[in-house]
Structures are given as structure tokens and as C-alpha cells.
Design a protein around this ligand. Structure first.
Ligand code: NAP
Length: 331
């Protein structure tokens, strides 16, 4: 698997990593044995970057990762990126240095390490990103050996640019075939500043696998049911903010384009991931996987041949016709 420099951190990350929101309970229940088998499969496929958060299953995802990673030999250990800040009401005054330290203590305990590889602010209010005190507190956490690096996970391109300007080493942002705005300014700025780009929701919450129909239903505890209207958190996190029926129809067209232009034998989900890895400025893509088969297929996408210019033109046209009006000026 290709490994890329994670911005200026000095760390390296596999071009396909793995997201582990699925180990929480917002998508149903993944038992610990399955989570460990999935992570084992990822490591065996060359994945060296794992994304989690203190809020996924209220610590369950971090604990599953900690128990897996700490049993590995040093040479096999992946880089583990976690996040903090979504276990409290989203008000700027809740983002105090005291809170940062408490959140950090809990994540270090869950992950079973003294020093976290990377902590990301977890889509905080813009005021938190703009406040110099936020970044000063993170600098002190590095000095104290609590974290090696810090970054921000953000909703909008404006927030990404702001966090980079304030000194984030990494930015986590949604980019996929249905979310192209970050290609305009965020990726060029990341290259200029030496910031690592971690791409989340690369499959538009699974839409780009082409498996769902208008009649597909998801579990009641799955955010694709309960956040479809954005009532629990930013609607852009669920199906990438694309109205479900619009997304299903666009994904069906994407599947047809894959058959016409794509590498033979590659599944749409793999082609959707490959497209992201080809973008200049992207460090790692973190598809969420529910089982070992999905994780293995996702890792294998790294080795696909490059997508052709004709394919890219058809994909850009699909976005312009079906998706742009729903999302482009929003995030
Ligand atoms: N605010 C934030 O910082 C934030 C927000 C969202 C996500 N994240 C991170 O980003 C990661 C990825 O985002 P995501 O999981 O929300 O969305 P995603 O990666 O776009 O979609 C994940 C879903 O795609 C389907 N899938 C995955 N691999 C597949 C394959 N090979 N073939 C067919 N279907 C496949 C599965 O759907 P089924 O469940 O239907 O099988 C899976 O649950 C998360 O796990 C998390 O680590 C961070």
C-alpha cells in the first residue's frame, strides 16, 4: 500500500486508512471480535492509519482500537487519530483548557497510551477554531507529552482554511464524488502549508457503493435513519448532505459509468475511493467499514490503475447535473 507523508508531522499514513465510527453504536452494533478481525485485516492489507473519536460509542471505538493496537508488535502499530469535543453541548464556552485535559485523559486511558498520535478538534463551533486560546492549549498539550500532533475535523471549507491558518497540522474534511468544493481552495492551501488532509465520508455514507435503492431502510439507531433531516448533527455528515432519493439516482448513474469507464472487476465503492486518492493534496482516505470484507475491498482500491480523463469528465458532469445545486455552496 502506498504510504504518504502526513503533512509536516513527520508521520506517514497509508493512502487508504480506516474509519471506525462503525464501532460505536450510531450504525448498529459491531462486536469486539469483529472489530478486532476488521483491524487485523486492515493491518495485513497495509493500512497504517486508523481514525476514531472519544464520542464513537462513548469510548467504545477507542477502547476496541486500544486493545487491538496494544497487543501488536511495535513495527505493526498503525497511527491512531482520535478526536475530542463532541461529548458536550456545542457551545464555545465548553471548549476550555480544563475540558481539553479531561477529554485527553479519558482518550489516553481508552486507547491505553501515554501520548496520543493525533488529536483532532471534532467539528467544533467556528468561534473555537478562531480563538487563539484553543491553539495555545493544544501547544501546551504537545509540550506536556499528552499528544504528538493536533488538527481539526471541520464541516466547511471556510473552517478548514481558518484551522490551517491557526496552525492545525491536519485537516479532516468530507470529500467524495458528491462533495467537490474542497478541491477548489482547501487542497491547494493544504499543499502550500504542508497540512495533512484526512478525507472522511468518502462513500457518502455508503451511497457510492451503489447498493441502496429508494426502498432501502436502515436501523433505527443508524444515523442514516435518525439524522436524515439533520436533527442530531450537521446534515452534511449523513449521505454527504445529498437528499437520499437524489443520491440513490446519482449513485445508479455512477454505477453505470463505472461499468463503462472503470477498471475491470472494480466495484463502485473502490472506484469512488480511488478517485479521491488521485487528488493532489490528499494524504489518506478513511472509509468506514462495517465488516472485514468491506475493509479489505477498500484497502485494495489503492492498487487500482488510475482513472482515465474521460471517466473524470463524466463524473464531473454527473456532479454538475445532479448534485451541485444541493451541496456546493453549503459546505
Ligand atoms: N465529524 C467527523 O469528524 C466525522 C464524521 C463522520 C465520519 N467520520 C470518520 O470518517 C469515517 C468514514 O465516514 P463514514 O463511515 O461516515 O462514511 P463512508 O465511509 O462514506 O461510508 C461508510 C459506509 O459505506 C459502506 N461501505 C464501506 N465500505 C464498503 C464497501 N467496500 N462496499 C460497499 N459498501 C461499503 C458501509 O455501509 P453499510 O453500513 O450500509 O454496510 C459503511 O457503513 C468514519 O468511520 C469516521 O471515522 C468523522
Amino acid at each position: 500500500m502506498e504510504q504518504r507523508a502526513l503533512g509536516r508531522t513527520g508521520a506517514r499514513a497509508s493512502v487508504i486508512g480506516v474509519g471506525t465510527w462503525q464501532f460505536g453504536t450510531d450504525w448498529g452494533d459491531v462486536p469486539i471480535e469483529d472489530a478486532h478481525a476488521l483491524l487485523r485485516g486492515c493491518v495485513d492489507s497495509g493500512v497504517t492509519f486508523v481514525d476514531t473519536a472519544d464520542v464513537y460509542g462513548d469510548g467504545r471505538s477507542e477502547r476496541f482500537i486500544g486493545s487491538f493496537v496494544n497487543a501488536l508488535d511495535e513495527a505493526e502499530r498503525p497511527f491512531v487519530a482520535t478526536k475530542m469535543g463532541r461529548r458536550v453541548e456545542q457551545r464555545p464556552e465548553n471548549y476550555t483548557e480544563e475540558a481539553f485535559l479531561a477529554w485527553n485523559d479519558r482518550s489516553r486511558e481508552n486507547l491505553g497510551v501515554d501520548t496520543l498520535d493525533l488529536v483532532q478538534l471534532h467539528c467544533p463551533p467556528t468561534e473555537v477554531l478562531a480563538d487563539p486560546a484553543t491553539w495555545d492549549a493544544l501547544d501546551r498539550m504537545v509540550d506536556e507529552g499528552r499528544i504528538r500532533h493536533y488538527g481539526a475535523s471541520v464541516e466547511t471549507c471556510e473552517q478548514a482554511l481558518l484551522a490551517m491558518e491557526r496552525g492545525a497540522s491536519t485537516i479532516q474534511i468530507i470529500i467524495n464524488l458528491f462533495r467537490r468544493k474542497p478541491l477548489e481552495e482547501v487542497l491547494p492551501a493544504a499543499i502550500d502549508r504542508g497540512v495533512g488532509i484526512i478525507v472522511r465520508v468518502p462513500l457518502a455514507s455508503g451511497l457510492l457503493s451503489g447498493r441502496y435503492t429508494r426502498d432501502t431502510s436502515f436501523a433505527a439507531c443508524d444515523h442514516r435513519t435518525y439524522n436524515r433531516d439533520g436533527s442530531a448533527f450537521d446534515i452534511g455528515e449523513t449521505f454527504s448532505g445529498v437528499p437520499y432519493e437524489v443520491g440513490v439516482d446519482a449513485a445508479a448513474e455512477f454505477t453505470r459509468l463505472c461499468a463503462e469507464f472503470g477498471p475491470e472487476g472494480a466495484a463502485p465503492a473502490q472506484i469512488a475511493l480511488k478517485w479521491i486518492t488521485q487528488l493532489d493534496g490528499v494524504t489518506t482516505v478513511i472509509p468506514g467499514a462495517r465488516n472485514l470484507e468491506q475493509a479489505a475491498a477498500n484497502a485494495a482500491a489503492a492498487a487500482l490503475p488510475p482513472l482515465s480523463d474521460d471517466f473524470e469528465a463524466a463524473l464531473a458532469d454527473l456532479y454538475d447535473r445532479r448534485i451541485r445545486a444541493h451541496v456546493h455552496d453549503r459546505w
